[in-house]
Design a binder for this molecule. Structure first.
Ligand SMILES: Cc1cc2nc3c(=O)[nH]c(=O)nc-3n(C[C@H](O)[C@H](O)[C@H](O)COP(=O)(O)OP(=O)(O)OC[C@H]3O[C@@H](n4cnc5c(N)ncnc54)[C@H](O)[C@@H]3O)c2cc1C
Length: 664
């Protein structure tokens, strides 16, 4: 029935002020208001309606994406939206498009790596979308190993130009989003060669297509790399292939903030340090962590609402069956994901602060925190995206059979999300970078160099190597100090054990390769500690609203204790806790699930997602799932006719065959 809220009873059970929680989730009242206004604006506009993406052929799908992106831009101009509002609008339109790369990679690359002059020339064009840009680093033969890229940019002193060339098949650019069919320009990464010398990989702004008729410029071969995982999903994006045949660009199109080539062809490093480029990386990875909390919260919202609607077994005296959300196994799978969504939200918020801090320090020529900031953003990108990709799939399973339907929204969300584990740095490769940083930190512990930022806990290494948890009762695990001590000593001991094992190798690089699986685990332990500690720090802030703090405390404890339970092996083998204490943590976890249960629906309502954005029948706000599922089925193109196309060709002859020899 229209208008009835089938989840009203659930909402009435909530023991906290949902409105206040919405503001905590958004970050501030202002952020909430912007987000709320823009999401409703998008949801109400038929121009942004979500078409049946999984049903569309590639050409139709892509054209629709172009239409929506152009329409979004039109609305942004008409409504005079600020940069922040425009970004929110693109987010709520919820369709991967070339604009993601234009705004998310092309513009930041020019800002981070271009000189003042270059920024003044290119950014106004990009801001007005008079040029559209992509970020072309990866090649067919190399992605993670950036130093292995093969595209060349050779300086020609006679004409004052660079000659961009793809010398081999494997040097073809491969993957850049927005490149395949749309971008007019790209920041292209190529090996800089002057006077026969190779100076390694540098960025160049290269025009790819005519601004008059969109045809590729001479010497450029460009196209789409083909269908990707899932129907609809990321296939709205034109990931591209690109080859250069001695394409000439003016010298001033090399991004020259960090290093330059003079008119005479001399290669020079500017006094701006190379690490500056890390600032852009910190920025991009911070947005990826924020996206992880969005994607996970979306999946969790769908699975939580549906788990309250869905009933299986347990009917007594002809009464209703049990809601599946009341099964402890369901809670044990769902609530840690709910807690993770909040945890990632807060660590993302902190990363935003970190980016501002790093930027301010860079401006003051203070590079001391940069390696630590770089390692921690790399690690957090890896850990949050892996957990989110796994979490979305878990949410699909939590919704049983109906979760597999495209109308649940989960298959597409999963297909769109999973490449986040690969792009902007393969998650394992990133963890190995974190591990390298941790090994360096451990090796310097005796030297008087104090570990900074997220590694400062290593400063108390002596205590962390021998401390024993004093948890005696399940409730003791609710103390932040007990949780922090266990996570810090686990992380420190795993790092120190790796460092000690490394000393057994005469060749450190060989040792690193041999121990890389252990090193990755140590890096994960370190990153999980960061997320737990940032959640705990969040709780030290002023948190207004009835019952809001209590809910967040419960979620923080669920997040930490679930990790402790899942990684019990680490905690036990490093001797941080005893088997008895591990079992007490599990008891506490169960009681926390009971505490969260009545608040579960309100906790996902606090994400404030519109039905349009969720794009899921199972997750719809009013919980009126079955009539909507039933109605949607009839809209499938297969149901356009009662007797399917192909009946006369393939079904009828089969049914009417008269095989004398047929035997089964
Ligand atoms: C949807 C999508 C969008 C993308 N968009 C862009 C874009 O806009 N621009 C762009 O330039 N690129 C883009 N990429 C490319 C992306 O950045 C690369 O795919 C990514 O960096 C991973 O590199 P790779 O493909 O070379 O993986 P590989 O490095 O080949 O990884 C293969 C396997 O090897 C492992 N491995 C690799 N090196 C090591 C090591 N040292 N130690 C241990 N294990 C290792 C990895 O963990 C992985 O399991 C995109 C990719 C995808 C999927």
């Amino acid at each position: 029935m229209e208008g009835i809220d089938h989840l009203a009873d659930e909402r009435n059970k909530a023991q906290f002020d949902v409105g206040a929680m919405k503001i905590v989730w958004a970050g501030s009242r202002r952020a909430f208001e912007v987000s709320d206004r823009i999401s409703k604006l998008v949801a109400a506009d038929p121009g942004f309606h979500k078409d049946n993406r999984p049903m569309l052929g590639r050409n139709e799908l892509f054209k629709n994406t172009l239409r929506k992106a152009a329409y979004a831009w039109k609305r942004i101009i008409e409504l005079h939206l600020s940069e922040e509002e425009a970004a929110k609008l693109r987010f709520y339109v919820d369709e991967p498009a070339y604009t993601d790369l234009h705004w998310g990679m092309f513009v930041p690359a020019i800002k981070g790596q271009g000189t003042e002059e270059q920024q003044q020339k290119w950014l106004p064009l990009a801001y007005k979308m008079q040029i559209i840009g992509c970020y072309a680093q990866t090649e067919l033969g190399h992605g993670s190993n950036v130093q292995g890229l093969e595209t060349t940019a050779t300086f020609d002193p006679q004409t004052d130009e660079f000659v961009i060339h793809s010398p081999t098949l494997t040097s073809s650019k491969w993957w850049p989003g927005g490149l395949g069919k749309v971008s007019t320009h790209g920041v292209i990464y190529a090996r800089l060669i002057t006077d026969g010398r190779d100076h390694g990989v540098h960025g160049f702004i290269v025009q790819l297509r005519s601004l008059e008729d969109h045809s590729p410029l001479p010497g450029i071969t460009v196209g789409d790399i083909g269908m990707k995982f899932g129907n609809g999903a990321y296939n709205t994006m034109d990931n591209g292939v690109l080859r250069f045949d001695h394409v000439r660009i003016p010298r001033d199109q090399m991004l020259m903030r960090v290093s330059q080539v003079t008119r005479e062809g001399k290669y020079m490093q500017s006094d701006v340090p190379r690490q500056l480029v890390y600032g852009t990386m910190v920025y991009v990875r911070q947005t990826i962590v924020a996206d992880a909390s969005c994607a996970l919260s979306r999946a969790v919202c769908i699975a939580t609402r549906y788990s309250a609607v869905r009933r299986q077994f347990g009917s007594q005296n002809g009464g209703p069956e049990s809601q599946v959300i009341d099964y402890k196994t369901q809670q044990n799978r769902l609530f840690p994901l709910l807690a993770s969504a909040y945890a990632f939200r807060f660590v993302g918020e902190w990363l935003k602060w970190l980016y501002t801090d790093v930027t301010q320090r860079l401006q003051a020529n203070d590079f001391s925190t940069l390696p630590e900031a770089h390692a921690c953003t790399a690690g957090l990108k890896s850990v949050t995206t892996t957990a989110t990709a796994d979490g979305i799939e878990e949410c699909r399973k939590l919704c049983g059979g109906h979760g597999y339907l495209c109308t649940s929204g989960l298959p597409e969300l999963f297909a769109v999300y999973v490449p986040a584990c690969t792009y902007e740095g393969d998650n394992i490769v990133l963890l190995l970078q974190v591990a390298r940083f941790l090994m360096k930190t451990v090796s310097q512990l005796g030297s008087g160099k104090k570990p900074v930022g997220t590694t400062s806990y290593m400063g108390q290494i002596e205590h962390l190597m021998q401390c024993r948890s004093n948890v005696q009762r399940a409730e003791d695990w609710l103390k932040p100090s007990a949780i922090l001590e266990a996570f810090e000593s686990r992380a420190a001991r795993m790092s120190v054990a790796c460092a000690q094992n490394l000393t057994k190798f005469t060749n450190p690089e060989e040792g690193f390769a041999e121990l890389s699986a252990d090193l990755v685990e140590a890096a994960v332990a370190h990153c999980q500690l960061i997320i737990v500690s940032k959640f705990i720090e969040k709780l030290l802030q002023d948190i207004p609203g009835k019952g809001v703090r209590e809910q967040l405390e419960a979620l923080c404890n669920i997040y930490a204790l679930f990790l402790l339970h899942k990684h019990q092996g680490d905690f036990l083998s490093t001797g941080c806790i005893t088997a008895k204490q591990a079992s007490l943590a599990n008891d506490q976890l169960r009681s926390l699930y009971s505490q969260v249960r009545p608040n579960a629906i309100a906790l996902v309502d606090a994400f404030n997602y519109t039905d349009h954005f969720l794009g899921s029948i199972l997750g719809c706000y009013d919980g009126n799932v079955y009539p909507k599922l039933y109605e949607a089925a009839w809209k499938d193109p297969l149901n356009d006719s009662v007797v399917p196309e192909g009946y006369h060709e393939y079904i009828r002859p089969l049914l009417k065959q008269n095989l004398r020899t047929a035997r089964l």
